[in-house]
Design a protein around this ligand. Sequence first.
Ligand code: X8Z
Ligand code: ZN
Length: 439
Amino acid sequence: EKERLEIWKASKEVGKVLKSGVTNLRDLRNKCVQALGYADYFSYQASEYNMSTDELMTATRGMIKDIWPLYRELHTWARYELAKKYKKPVPDYLPAHWLPNRWGQQWSELVKVEGFNLDPYLEKQGAEWIVKKSEEFYKSLGFSELPKTFWEKSSLYPVPPNANYKKNTHASAWHIDNDKDVRSLMSVIPNTEWWGTALHELGHIYYYISYSNPDVPIILRSGANRAYHEAFGTMMGMASLQKPFLQGLGMMDKDAKINDTLMLLKEALEYAVHIPWGSGTMTEFEYNLYAKNISPDKYNKLWWELAKRFQGIEPSEPRGEEYCDAATKTHINDDPAQYYDYSMSNVLLFQFHQHIAQDILKQDPHATNYWGNKEIGNFLQTVMKPGASVDWREHLKKSIGQDFSAKPMLEYFKPLMAYLQKINKGRKYTLPEQPDFNY
Ligand code: X8Z
Ligand code: ZN
């Protein structure tokens, strides 16, 4: 635990260096869009969804409310589980360094499922296999092969130790010319996390390729909204870890006995846990940063107030204003005021996945195999092709007959909810029954 704390603290040192830059960027970003008539940068980013700041905050807060009962169970489960692991009394709030991610944005590594560990297999296959196999997955659905220039001009693997340059190790995908030049920046190492990330980035790449067609003017070559852009690749990543998919591809033994409830728990720790972080801590912070212009001497106080309120996470030592823990998240610096894209995409991807499982594959959403299904490919291409030339809400209604809703996600995790309530019976809950937005 001591070592974890040291590593956690080291990972936050960079915030000090970035703090004044973030304030400078905030001011520049606000001034730029104010010159165009927007109130501030936050409202400018929300306008891409055809929403005002208030509408957007209502939507992100709505997602937190929807997921809250499940999150509260997961939070309680994690506190007791981790206290056992670290042989400590059960804390009211999760010490940040106990979690398997330095922002507590997803906790799936807390669960080890017997018979399910892809790391040794992936390690044997190597990093290049991961990217190639990801492309093959998309091709199996009917997507085209990636352009030659993707392979020539992307930077996909870690920087060699003796290189005379650095790169951001956080993965991204780029549409260089709004046409055929698509590239990705990754640092793929052969493990399960990068398997998901490679599929995520190729989701962006195939979206770029799909809407780069003569029917879509250059200026509308982007996602129906930014959450759509994040959703497809993450959905492919989720589908790629389901048992029938893995068994079909020979990545898991045909007769492997896997505990389905633990798999579901693992998925909830990935996708549901992300919502109070993405819609809560990150979005509320950036709302205050851009729309409320909070003063730099309050950044860290606000950051930790939000982490406690929405994620139920606390630092184990006071974090004064000499730190800027928000700035340790790359998106605060270089992907500003749009992190809610990810939480919205998690909600959206369960809507798309439910449609694919039930209406196309006729399979249980918990146990699908997308591989090789051209109908899924056709469906995805139909959704992707028009880019931003459609209204995202109408487009959703047209493609799956639904409005934006967390229902499919909640339905997916329903069996888990019952399991958690049973395990947590008699335990102390420290998060309120409803999230509290008054701060
Ligand atoms: O930043 C990303 C992608 C790049 S678009 C790798 N994600 C968020 C994060 O890492 O914080 C994917 C999930 C959430
Ligand atoms: Zn992305």
